[in-house]
Unconditional design. Structure first.
Length: 252
C-alpha cells in the first residue's frame, strides 16, 4: 500500500485534510497488521502510534495562513506482560514481572521477552536466531548433556554445578527500540539497564500481548474511517469541479 496518498500542494483545505487523514490511517493499518501477524509470537510486544499535527504553509493554495496536517509522530511499544503458558520444555523460559533477558547479538547485547531458547550443537543456549543467552558478566550460557534447571532468581544449575545466573535487566520503556520481531536494542549505546526483580519460570513461555479481538475491532474502525475520508475527498473533488464549471460558464 503506497505511503503517499495525494499531493497536498494546491488542494483546498477539505481535500488536503482528508488526504492527510488517509495517510496516517494507512500507517496505523500497517502497524496493526504487523501486530495481528505476531499475535502468536512468544514475547511479542504490540506497537501503537502517537499522533500530531504538521503545520505546512505551502500545502494549501487557498487563502492565507497555514494548514494543519495530521501525521504519525512516532510509534510506541506496549511492554505489558503477556500470558504465561506451560510448555514443559526445559529450554523454554518466561519472565513474570518487569525485565528482559539479555542475549549476545552480533554487534553487542540485545534484549528479549521471547524465552523460546534452544541448545545448539556446541551446548550453548541460544535464541531461535542463534544468539547466546547471557549470564551476569556477559558470557553465554553453556550447558553439558542432559537437563538443566533455572531457579526463579535466574540461577542456572546442572546437577550439583552452578553454571551462573542469567542477566535479566530493567530499562525504561523508551530506552529500548525494536530490532526485528521480538528483539530489542538500546536507543543509546551508553544506556545501561538495572538488575531486574522479575522471576524466571522454566518450562513456560510468555505469549504475545496482542489481543486479536481488540485488534479486529480497531481494524474495522480504521477501515470505516478510511472509507469516510475517501468519500470526503470525492466530495471535495466534485465541489472543485463544479466551481470550475461555474466560473467557466459565467465567463463565457
Amino acid at each position: 500500500m503506497a505511503r503517499r496518498v495525494l499531493d497536498h500542494q494546491h488542494m483546498d483545505p477539505i481535500t488536503a485534510g482528508a488526504a492527510g487523514g488517509l495517510r496516517v490511517r494507512m500507517e496505523a493499518l500497517d502497524m496493526l497488521a504487523n501486530n495481528i501477524s505476531n499475535a502468536a509470537t512468544a514475547g511479542y510486544k504490540k506497537d501503537g502510534e502517537f499522533y500530531s499535527l504538521f503545520e505546512d504553509a505551502e500545502s494549501v493554495a487557498w487563502g492565507s495562513g497555514t494548514s494543519a496536517m495530521p501525521l504519525v509522530e512516532k510509534a510506541w511499544t506496549d511492554h505489558a506482560q503477556g500470558t504465561l503458558t506451560e510448555t514443559g520444555a526445559k529450554t523454554d523460559l518466561a519472565l513474570s514481572g518487569r525485565g528482559v533477558f539479555a542475549v549476545n547479538g552480533p554487534s553487542g547485547p540485545l534484549y528479549t521477552r521471547n524465552g523460546n531458547f534452544r541448545v545448539d550443537g556446541a551446548g550453548k543456549v541460544v535464541t531461535q536466531e542463534g544468539y547466546g543467552l547471557r549470564l551476569a558478566g556477559g558470557a553465554s550460557l553453556q550447558v553439558g548433556p542432559g537437563a538443566f534447571d533455572v531457579a526463579p532468581d535466574g540461577t542456572v544449575r546442572q546437577g550439583e554445578t552452578v553454571l551462573g545466573r542469567l542477566e535479566i535487566l530493567n530499562f525504561e520503556p523508551d530506552a529500548l527500540i525494536k530490532q526485528g520481531t521480538s528483539l530489542f536494542r538500546t536507543a543509546d549505546a551508553n544506556t545501561a539497564g538495572t538488575p531486574a526483580t522479575a522471576e524466571v519460570a522454566q518450562g513456560k513461555l510468555e505469549g504475545s500481548n496482542v489481543s486479536t479481538a481488540e485488534s479486529a475491532v480497531r481494524m474495522v474502525s480504521l477501515m470505516r474511517q478510511f472509507e469516510a475520508l475517501q468519500k470526503a475527498i470525492a466530495i471535495g473533488a466534485d465541489m472543485n469541479r463544479k466551481a470550475v464549471e461555474e466560473v467557466a460558464r459565467v465567463g463565457s
